[in-house]
Design a binder for this molecule. Structure first.
Ligand code: CDP
Length: 216
């Protein structure tokens, strides 16, 4: 069997990663992986279990012992904890407020990296996050970095009815020591301010096809 293809899509909050990654996965018949949901699931589970999310050692210890496993369903990978996928809960304001702190813990990043690399067991992937092209699959030739103006990104979040100041989380994600948000070497940067998802995903698929046919 040939090595699975990984399309890595990174970028800051509300840069269109999820929307575009889902469209691309659907069009190509690849499996969609939302790595942010994995960090959110751990953050939510810490809150549930009364773990102090500002204490890196407590978070690391919980991550070492929690009962979480990958599941492949509806062409996506989900991280289930005690068999449960907390789909709505992980989008709450409470979870959003602590997820960056949880995601900055080095043990957590190593744990997530092993699970995220394991996702190739499900075949070709479209994986979105903050460090996919730089740290999780640095070997993939298919790296994309999405961005949009801060005003456009904040507007998208407001339109979703979610009250959150994105700048704070972006700042934490970009300045942490362990695998910060960066533009990966060799990534195609796509600023999609003012574009529709169809336009952006179309640009990504066209570039992916060009790179793929150009070969290694
Ligand atoms: O809300 P949004 O879609 O922008 O974020 P997300 O993709 O759900 O990710 C939530 C948080 O998880 C981010 O703000 C990061 O702190 C963390 N994260 C990360 O550190 N590395 C990833 N590969 C994905 C998410």
């Amino acid at each position: 069997m040939s090595t699975p293809i990984v399309i890595a899509i990174d970028g800051p909050s509300a840069s269109g990663k999820s929307t575009n990654a889902k469209i691309i996965a659907n069009e190509l018949g690849y499996t969609y992986v939302d790595t942010g949901a994995m960090y959110r699931t751990l953050a939510w589970n810490c809150l549930q279990q009364g773990i102090d999310t500002s204490n890196p050692e407590a978070v690391a210890h919980h991550c070492e012992t929690w009962n979480a496993a990958l599941a492949h369903e509806d062409n996506q990978v989900r991280l289930r904890v005690d068999g449960y996928y907390p789909e709505a809960e992980i989008r709450s304001a409470e979870t959003s407020a602590v997820v960056s702190a949880v995601a900055a813990v080095p043990f957590v990043r190593d744990w997530m990296k092993a699970r995220q690399r394991d996702c190739v067991q499900f075949g070709n992937l479209v994986m979105e996050g903050r460090d996919i092209g730089s740290n999780i699959f640095p070997e993939t030739p298919y790296k994309f970095y999405l961005d949009a103006s801060p005003a456009a990104r904040q507007q998208r979040r407001d339109d979703d009815g979610i009250q959150e100041n994105l700048a704070t989380r972006d700042q934490r994600d970009s300045t942490r020591k362990s695998a910060p948000l960066v533009i990966p070497d060799g990534a195609t940067v796509i600023n999609n301010t003012g574009e529709t998802p169809e336009q952006t995903s179309g640009r990504i698929i066209a570039e992916f096809n060009r790179l793929k046919s150009a070969g290694p």
